[in-house]
Design a protein around this ligand. Structure first.
Ligand SMILES: [Zn+2]
Length: 203
C-alpha cells in the first residue's frame, strides 16, 4: 500500500528472536493446534467453529501472510536458530512460520486487508465490521493489538484476529466476541473504527 509502513522480514527476525518465540515453540512442541479455534489437536474429537466465517477467516489470513511471505530472499530466515526441525512435523513448522510472520503486523494487517474487509462487509449476513484496537495485557505484557470485530445481522459478534497467532498457535483466528473477552479479559483501553481507518492512519 502506498505510503503505509510495515516491518520487513529481516526487521521481524531481529525483534522476534525473543522470549515470545521461545514460548511459541514451547506451545508448538505440545502438538498441532487448530488453525481456526486454536485448540490442541489429537486429544479426542475436535469440535471446531462451524460457521460461515471460519473459511473466510482462513482465506483472509492466508492472503495477508502470503503477501509478507512472498519474498524468497528472506522468508527462509523465519525459522529461528535453535529450532530443531527434526523434532517437528511439517504442519508444526508451518505453524511456527505463520506465528513469526504475524509478529507485530497487526496494525499493518488491517491497513493491508482493507479491500477484503470491505468485500466481506457486503455479505448479506453481516451487519457491520469494525477495525478494533486495544491496549491489553497479554502473557503478562502490555500490547497494543488490532483485529476485526464483526457483527452479524442475527446479533452475533465475532473477533477475526488475523495476527493473533503472533501470541502462539493456541490463539484463535476466529472466536465469538464474548469468548474473546472471557479469555483475555477487559482491555486497558479500546476503540472501534470504520474500515479503512488504519490505512488512512498509516499513510
Ligand atoms: Zn478448531
Amino acid at each position: 500500500m502506498p505510503g503505509a509502513k510495515k516491518l520487513s522480514i529481516p526487521q521481524l527476525n531481529a525483534i522476534s528472536d525473543t522470549l515470545s518465540t521461545k514460548a511459541i515453540i514451547a506451545q508448538i512442541s505440545k502438538g498441532e493446534h487448530c488453525r481456526v479455534c486454536g485448540k490442541l489437536l489429537g486429544s479426542g474429537p475436535h469440535q471446531c467453529i462451524n460457521h460461515f466465517l471460519a473459511p473466510v477467516a482462513v482465506e483472509i489470513q492466508n492472503q495477508f501472510l502470503d503477501s509478507l511471505r512472498d519474498d524468497p530472499e528472506t522468508s527462509g530466515n523465519l525459522i529461528p536458530s535453535g529450532f530443531q526441525e527434526s523434532l517437528f512435523s511439517t504442519t508444526q513448522r508451518e505453524t511456527l512460520l505463520r506465528c513469526r510472520i504475524a509478529f507485530e503486523q497487526c496494525k499493518w494487517s488491517l491497513s493491508s486487508m482493507t479491500e477484503a474487509a470491505v468485500e466481506l462487509s457486503l455479505d448479506s449476513r453481516i451487519a457491520k465490521i469494525w477495525e478494533y484496537g486495544c491496549s491489553q495485557i497479554i502473557n503478562g505484557q502490555l500490547w497494543e493489538h488490532f483485529l476485526y470485530k464483526i457483527r452479524l445481522k442475527n446479533g452475533e459478534e465475532w473477533a477475526l484476529d488475523i495476527t493473533g497467532c503472533q501470541f502462539g498457535p493456541a490463539w484463535p483466528l476466529l472466536e465469538p466476541w464474548g469468548a474473546r473477552l472471557a479469555r483475555v479479559g477487559d482491555p486497558v483501553s479500546e476503540a472501534s473504527y470504520e474500515i479503512g481507518h488504519m490505512r488512512e492512519r498509516m499513510d
